[in-house]
Design a protein around this ligand. Structure first.
Ligand code: SR1
Ligand code: MG
Length: 418
């Protein structure tokens, strides 16, 4: 079927023509269809049978332009092909953390998935101060499983390179190259600033040549390091969660890139949530301490659980596989040293990428509601500047960090936990 952009009016008829949908819907006569997409790129519809509300799906369709800007910004709708393949790949390694897919069409650039609306987008729920006790466990599993099994540590040389080719994602990588690693650090017409953010604060980033070199190094890594198949946009808006379950959605930015980009995205977003809750918790009628402490603990356990899980996968594979990534002449000790070096590099990469992901959300076009929706613009500017200054230290000094707890200490130096 040739591509056409679906609408609330045309979805029922479209779904009725798909045999797979007959397994979900007993009737197509009374479908309640709402557009619920809050992302920057695509349209997402929730489709529910009014008579039997547990018969429901989410339908996501890519349009041939960037939604946040409009039709004046063309963007190939074929990005959905990458998203579909990345969802299928992730479901090989941790089906419990990705939405079940009922149907997809590359021609229509759409995917029909399990309705996760009962879970809610993590960012929105965290803005409301909700706790997710299993988040660190689930996301560390998702990351360890996906990153290890799509890296050279696990894959055969041919399979890995074929995966690199299959996931070439030129246009969406270009968005990241521009909007994460370039425009926020220059005077660019796409940047958007809080009017209360001081010019000197903006200049402290955009006119610091040391910082710009560091960001350029991270950009180079992003563009050249084909380490594993990464999600490519793993912020808290790409996660749907309840207290019990966690689903990673929206991998349209997936490509074979540096692992630290995914780890950094989630760490950076949790840090921004931490900064924002200095202001938000009192608005919710609470002392900030408990929730912010939980956020810092989540960052710490997400990292340490990731390391444990990733290393265990590596050790088990090394012990059981005949086709090894590396032959360790001096045995166990040598292998341990290599793992430690690999993990330390990954930590420092993750810190550098987290920093870029934080600073771009303050200076660039696409914001995060945690901070950007703070209505008191002076307070917002204060928190924005904390984010910028922590980001600046993280990226320029990333190679000095030896542990995740040093990141937590840094966050508290700029925004005390009290
Ligand atoms: C200009 S597109 C803005 C952003 O939306 C996505 O979520 C990505 O983070 C992208 O950079
Ligand atoms: Mg997205």
């Amino acid at each position: 079927m040739a591509y056409r952009q679906l609408s609330i009016e045309s979805i029922a008829e479209y779904l009725q023509g798909i045999p797979e949908m007959k397994k979900v819907f007993s009737s197509f006569n009374e479908l309640d269809i709402r557009e619920i997409g809050d992302g920057n790129l695509n349209y997402v519809y929730l489709v529910k049978n009014r008579e039997k509300p547990n018969e429901s799906v989410a339908l996501k369709q890519a349009v041939p332009f960037l939604r946040i800007v409009g039709e004046s910004w063309p963007l190939p709708k074929e990005r959905m092909t990458i998203e579909i393949k990345a969802l299928l790949k992730a479901s090989e390694w941790c089906p419990q953390n990705v939405p079940e897919i009922f149907f997809y069409s590359h021609e229509m650039s759409l995917v029909v998935m399990k309705d996760l609306s009962s879970h809610g987008v993590l960012r929105g729920q965290m803005i409301e101060g909700m706790y997710f006790p299993k988040l660190a466990d689930h996301i560390s599993t998702y990351l360890a499983q996906n990153l290890f099994h799509t890296s050279d540590l696990f894959l055969d040389h041919r399979e890995k390179k074929e995966m690199v080719r299959e996931f070439i994602n030129i246009d969406l990588c270009k968005i990241t190259e521009d909007f994460v690693f370039t425009h926020p650090y220059e005077q660019n017409e796409t940047n958007v600033y809080n009017p209360e953010l001081k010019e000197s604060d903006i200049k402290s980033i955009q006119e610091d040549s040391n910082l710009k070199i560091s960001v350029a190094e991270m950009k180079k890594k992003f563009m050249t390091e084909a380490q594993a198949l990464i999600h490519g946009d793993l912020h808290t808006g790409s996660i749907m969660a309840s207290e019990e379950e966690t689903f990673v959605i929206d991998p349209e930015f997936a490509f074979v890139g540096p692992m630290g980009f995914d780890l950094g995205a989630i760490i950076g977003n949790l840090l921004m949530s931490y900064f924002s809750h200095e202001y938000r918790q009192p608005l919710l009628g609470r002392e900030p301490y408990q929730y912010r402490k939980w956020l810092l603990e989540t960052i710490e356990s997400l990292w340490s659980e990731f390391v444990n899980k990733f290393e265990n996968l590596w050790i088990n594979h090394q012990n059981s596989s005949g086709d090894l990534y590396w032959d360790y002449d001096s045995g166990v000790e040598h292998f341990k040293n290599q793992r430690e070096k690999y993990i330390l590099d990954l930590l420092q990469d993750s810190i550098g990428f987290a920093a870029c992901k934080m600073m771009r959300r303050i200076l660039g076009l696409a914001k995060v509601a945690d901070i950007a929706d703070i209505t008191d613009l002076k307070e917002r500017a204060r928190i924005e500047n904390i984010t910028l200054q922590v980001g600046k230290k993280m990226v320029t000094e990333r190679k000095k960090f030896q542990s995740i707890s040093e990141v937590i200490d840094l966050a508290q130096e700029f925004s005390a936990l009290k």
